[in-house]
Write a protein that binds this ligand. Sequence first.
Ligand SMILES: Nc1ncnc2c1ncn2[C@@H]1O[C@H](COP(=O)(O)OP(=O)(O)OP(=O)(O)O)[C@@H](O)[C@H]1O
Length: 452
Amino acid sequence: MDRIWGQARAELERAVGADSFATWIEPLKLIRLDTDIALIACPTRFLSDWVARHYSSDIMRALETVGNPVQRLSFEVAAMPAERPAAPAPAARPANPARAAIRGEDDLAAPLDSRFTFDNFVVGKPNELAHAAARRVAEGGPVTFNPLFLYGGVGLGKTHLMHAIAREIQIRQPESRVLYLSAEQFMYRFVQALRDRSIMDFKEMFRTVSVLMVDDVQFIAGKDSTQEEFFHTFNALVDQGKQIVISADRAPGEIKDMEERIKSRLSCGLIVDLHPTDYELRLSILQSKTEQFRNTQPDLVMAPGVLEFLAHRITSNVRVLEGALQRLFAFASLMGREITLDMTQECLTDILRSSDRKVSIEEIQRKVAEHYNIRLSDMIGPKRVRTVARPRQIAMYLAKQMTSRSLPEIGRRFGGRDHTTIMHGVKKIEELRGSDRSVAEDLDMLRRLLEA
Ligand SMILES: Nc1ncnc2c1ncn2[C@@H]1O[C@H](COP(=O)(O)OP(=O)(O)OP(=O)(O)O)[C@@H](O)[C@H]1O
């Protein structure tokens, strides 16, 4: 099953595009193939409804293409295993309909994503240095640091910045030849040139560009002749004073199986890293993407606190954050409903579960009790005096926000209270957070303590 699904997934990624694939198809798993039915596991009811409505024919087509035609699909909502079948690696970055080639005549260059501009890049503490360096290179002028080496974990904005640089240089200096491509494409072109005996043309093409940008350079580690060729290309361009921009998932010195001389060459310019996002940056990104969405869907209604909830709960990377938001928007417009906290939790169960920070309700109760100087037993006890009841409601609110426990489950941990009591407490604190600054500050501080 895993092998068939791996092949079908590769077909599907091509058919629906990288973004839709990541949002809708990635979480699915093929469980069984009967004579004419494919049984597919889905982490939530919402996802299965949506996929059934929008992607059934794509899935059936993909299964047919890989030699397993079926007449219909059946979906089963089930907890998903942590690991998923690996799809065969695509030859290059998946085609994306939003991507537009900036230099159509240059079939070497990878297409640039029209959304990846400096204007759309949200700057915060974790990425401000990388952003400033990227801006400086994009503004042109004398080459001050060569190469510019950007690195950081998955989905933190390296490719976005690379595309923004390429686009900006093209706008400012239309005559310059900016060549942006992934290291994988560099290798592919190189191997092709070797096969076609056109290596001199290959060298000539690479050595006459004004700016060379290579994404995900760690890919050529361990590929000896590609590394060798890359090294010569790199040196030739630096000698001519041409700007080079490189990205990788780690610092040059940490790339395994990369020749020492290449590591040292890569290290001699400016090395900047994109740090993991912090809460403030995640919230700004979510706000900015929501604004962009509102420009096309002005009737979008979102309850206060939803974006804050997402920024707290999804800490893995910006791509996951974007995918979650995209799914929420799709759900809201499909159902014609306001986006509330409850709806967010229902619609994103799978994403939230996998990015769960594993803060326990007991930890929340302990921290809140310490903060307000009350006894831990008062969290579950019956006292109704305000000095105890308010901290208890704060703990209920944090339990709802920071864990994936349901209201009845939270109720049980608060001395067997009814779920409506928890709901009332959560609502009360939601209101106070908007109207009482000291409550908002306490909540922020407690969250930080719990996340530490
Ligand atoms: N600061 C930011 N502001 C706005 N969008 C961002 C920001 N950082 C990342 N993104 C978005 O997150 C998504 C993932 O970013 P990107 O593809 O640049 O990551 P990456 O670091 O190249 O990841 P990978 O290592 O997987 O190649 C993109 O859609 C990008 O636009």
